[in-house]
Write a protein that binds this ligand. Sequence first.
Ligand SMILES: [Zn+2]
Length: 350
Amino acid sequence: MTTPLVASDDHLAHDGLVELLAGREVPCFESPQRAIVIRQALLATGTYELTPPTAHGPDPITAVHDPEMIDLVEHAWTDAMAAGRDPGRPLLPDTFLIREYAGRMALDQLPPRRHERLGAFCFDTATPIVAGTAAAARAAVDIGLTALDLVLAGAPLAYGLCRPPGHHAGRNLIGGYCFFNNAAIVAQAARDRGAQRVAILDIDFHHGNGTQQIFWEREDIAYVSLHGDPAGIYPHYSGYASERGALEGEGFNLNLPLPPRTDGDAYLAALRVALDFIVSFGADAPLVVSLGFDTYHADPICNLGLVTDDYARIGSAIAALGMPAVVLQEGGYAVDALGANAVAFLGALA
Ligand SMILES: [Zn+2]
């Protein structure tokens, strides 16, 4: 039996060129090559069926993101070009509307041109926008939703090769290479199609601050994340164990921060806690997995210690839940290892 591999080429034109990291302009770690090597490696096994995404329109995106943020993603580039900006350079914010800029003032004006509003929506300098960004972000959403369609139609597992990734994007927030939150949109779509309780398991190296923010006060969509300890790593301001959700959502958010160089055994022990949480939550929808391979020991921007065999162990542990799963690609920047790690994880999960 083959596993659907939902992918498109629309991501190829989303090539950010540079990001600003630790005071340096560096080549964007989140590159098209990442998705190219994963797709090649999976297809080479002969057990995946390449499936194009079907268009799902804007409604599933507006169910999760605010209209002004969607408008920014859609039009920042065209506004910048109309204003005469260099088409050979990506858009990055340079003036941030942080909370203390306003203080107690009720500021409510934004610049009319969207590219000059970037700092009101983007929380870092790692999320370049280029000509192909909006189309790639829309395609990544359609990839996730198509994977959900396939699982709801009976496939036990579907893999969405989403690029750009999504889990750092909040309701009104872009950042961390993310524009639309693919996993959050898929989870909400599962709710809107009849499920009462949806669980999201985030095993990317980084805390999915956007997913946590979107469902912070919700008891119907649970979020559990294993990630590098934010005390020493991006995104710095969220991902601590004390963050458990609020109001109706209190207790439905679980963060499991991990110390540097955490190995496979320690990771599997933390994963056990996450899986027990998911079992006790009692989801009646496919499990939504935010999958990152930046937990790999040789990842250039992360600090955990997993090896390729560990991804098979993680896949087997998740498979033991017996839940159908929609797996969506998030991060992973050790490009040479991405293919083998994807084959190991998805092969075990299937
Ligand atoms: Zn990550």
